[in-house]
Design a protein around this ligand. Structure first.
Ligand code: NI
Length: 193
């Protein structure tokens, strides 16, 4: 089922999400629905707060970038990235001092793409969809996507990483997103008044 995506200005995007304590059939259905919703919107990642669930879960699918990745890095696209990935209760346990800049966007903030600086490399521990503990060290594209999605669980948006000046320049566009003036090709939830 395709779920409506919460838009910039929705309070759920600013909440600290809750740890997930048990694996339930409802959780598995939610994960499937998030995959479907992300795919329909051509997203590379989707965090649970973006569909109105304030829980520590996000899904990632970077297959979209396979060609681009090989071209830019000259490296083969890792096998582990060739499927939809599920991250439950993820925790970033280490990050590199080295930072890199990359253009980001967000399904909750449509039509805005800006450069964001983040650590280039991170280590992460999490539960997969079977609740099996996993540990992962990632860099480049995957590190980027995971940090963006992980931020969502703490109520942080990629806009928060920009300068105040940049944000001011985007104010009008952000207001349009809030008011629902901006059309998207995927369903978005209306802001409750
Ligand atoms: Ni996002």
């Amino acid at each position: 089922m395709i779920l409506p995506i919460r838009r910039y200005g929705d309070p759920v995007l600013r909440k600290e999400a809750q740890e997930i304590t048990s694996n339930t059939p409802e959780l598995q259905t939610l994960i499937d629905n998030m995959f479907e919703t992300m795919k329909n919107a051509d997203g590379v990642g989707l965090a649970a707060p973006q569909i109105g669930e304030s829980i520590r879960l996000f899904v990632v699918d970077v297959r979209h970038y396979e060609e681009d990745y090989q071209e830019k890095t000259g490296e083969p696209f890792p096998d582990a990235w060739k499927e939809c990935m599920v991250f439950i209760n993820p925790e970033i346990i280490a990050e590199s001092d080295e930072e890199s800049e990359f253009e980001e966007g967000c399904l909750s903030v449509p039509d805005i793409h800006e450069m964001v600086t983040r650590p280039s490399k991170i280590s992460l521990q999490y539960l997969d969809r079977h609740f099996t503990p996993q540990k992962m060290e990632v860099d480049k594209l995957m590190a980027r996507v995971i940090q963006h999605e992980h931020d969502h669980l703490d109520g942080i948006l990629f806009l928060d990483h920009m300068s105040a000046f940049k944000r001011r320049m985007l104010q009008r566009k952000l207001r349009d997103i809030q008011r629902g003036v901006l059309e998207t090709k995927y369903p978005m939830a209306k802001l409750s008044a």
